[in-house]
Design a protein around this ligand. Sequence first.
Ligand code: SF4
Length: 336
Amino acid sequence: MSKSISKKIISWYCKYQRNLPWRNYKNLKDRQYKVLVSEFMLQQTQVNTVIPFFNAFYKKYKNIQSLSKTSNTRILKSWQGLGFYRRAKNLHATSKIICQKHKGIIPSNYKGLITLPGVGDYTAKAILAIAYDKPFLGIDGNIKRLVSRIFLLNSSKNFLNKLKTKVESLIINKNNSELMQGLMEFGALICKPNNPLCTKCPISNECQTYKKGKLNIKKKFKKINNKNYFVIVSKKKNKYLMTYKHELGPLKEFINFPIFVKKYSIKNSIKKFKFNNLKYIKKIKIPISNQNCNLFLYSASTTNKKLIKDYMYVNKNQLEKKFQSSFVKKIMEAIK
Ligand code: SF4
């Protein structure tokens, strides 16, 4: 049964696949490079969000060599807006290793791929299947949902082992690239999380969940956390006090306003910077993934000419050239 499902998925995919930029390539090397970049970008991000970033990124870095030769800051700047910046750093580190240790060729075996920064089990298998047409299938969220429904697997004991076995039973010797992409595409467009299109589904005859009427859709609600931050906005002759030592996440590459997680840090900074006054301006909200950030903005001024280590006054033009988080732009808009 599994092989007939695979064949149906492949023929569906050949007919209905979306025209995505990483699916168009000049040659095999270009295809492998595009698959690598797109797989990094697609980790935790949806296809439609990735498309414009992928296009702009590919325009700048057309192959693994050009990617490896550029600076970390430039890569991060090109990634700006896509979020989860660790992926950009990992992709850059991976491109360097590929150029230094693999003569610029993306490894075509699991052992070679899995040791690269940012490449886990799923990404390694996806690259092998999609870029090299090898008999592997990575399990992403779409494939997990689709296969669980086809074989009526419930999340009971041994679910992951059962899922793995069923996914592996779908592997075929030919056209595995189309199969992997087809399964993901089918999960995204037909066997959707909340409203699967069962009446239009070409594998409904094989689908155990559909045949037994067991489709049970539970909507998942993301828990949103609120987090407070305290921000100092200090302006001196069109320049703003900025730092890389803020308390907003672990990424030091972001330049930002001085941001603190504790309110007393704002008070302490009066002494540190010799601020003459500290005035509350307003509160703004910035949502990021599953967090609502409440930013309490304070204005402050100082006549102190000496700057403290790790802090600098930067004008808007200089800021544009740096790798700044979206927070900087939103704070700037709020204080206009
Ligand atoms: S019949 Fe419905 S639940 Fe089953 S695979 Fe098709 S779309 Fe998914």
